[in-house]
Design a protein around this ligand. Sequence first.
Ligand SMILES: NC(=O)c1ccc[n+]([C@@H]2O[C@H](COP(=O)([O-])OP(=O)(O)OC[C@H]3O[C@@H](n4cnc5c(N)ncnc54)[C@H](O)[C@@H]3O)[C@@H](O)[C@H]2O)c1
Length: 253
Amino acid sequence: MEFPARRTAVVTGVGAPRGIGRVVARRLAADGWSLGLVDISADGVAEITRELTDAGVEVSGAVTDISSPESVAAAFERFDADLPPVVGLVNLAGIADPTPLMDLTVEGWNRTMAVNATGSLLMIQAAARRMIDLGVGRIVNTSSITAVDGGGTFSKTSYAAAKAAVLGLTRGAARELGPHGITANAILPGPIDTDIMGGTLTDERKAGMAAGIPVGRVGTPADIAAMVAFLLSQDAGFVNGVSYQVDGGKHIN
Ligand SMILES: NC(=O)c1ccc[n+]([C@@H]2O[C@H](COP(=O)([O-])OP(=O)(O)OC[C@H]3O[C@@H](n4cnc5c(N)ncnc54)[C@H](O)[C@@H]3O)[C@@H](O)[C@H]2O)c1
């Protein structure tokens, strides 16, 4: 099914000034998408919404907790009213958790699962309801290389488990939504220089991390945006249920 001429991509996790979400939103705007922007940070949503509006992009921002069904429903009601049909969904909002396994509490575990895994599910359900009516859609979920290697300094077991859940969620969505013309794929970023890694990385820390990466550098949000842009494109309609490591070759299987 052809994309409608005017179409919206909903992107979560656009609040952090140095995060991946904003760079993805800018890239998709350049590719002709209208944008529904989601984040729990009110200031963050306002800032990027203003920036893109000023740049002439058709955009609507919704302050949303993606782990809350009511909050997600309200966001999509706003996008229904403000924007062209939702054809794309990019689940980028997430939280890290560096708690060691033996110190994990049920509360902490549940929060990490709620945002990273349940939040992605709720966003998919709301978006796919619209996409099914259109007969076409593209979904990109964000797992992490941590789902494969079990974690490191900035995130450990609960995050690894939640990001592994995102892979199963993606595969299930790919099977169940594929018949409706909707694809679902996952990206597993390696180390990307954003504040999720505890703040701005020093040059020394970056050099240490780069030493373990064949291409010799840590990743940038633009590296992730390029992959997202392809997976959201009309041309990617036969790519479904795939997990892409975007990590400079850090984890070659
Ligand atoms: N940066 C990396 O090295 C890296 C590596 C692997 C995976 N990832 C994943 O990529 C995604 C983006 O990472 P980033 O580095 O840009 O992170 P970031 O911390 O810079 O941004 C995450 C955004 O998610 C938002 N958010 C958190 N909880 C939310 C909630 N309940 N509802 C709505 N929004 C919420 C935050 O406000 C923030 O704006 C995340 O899912 C992360 O786990 C990042």
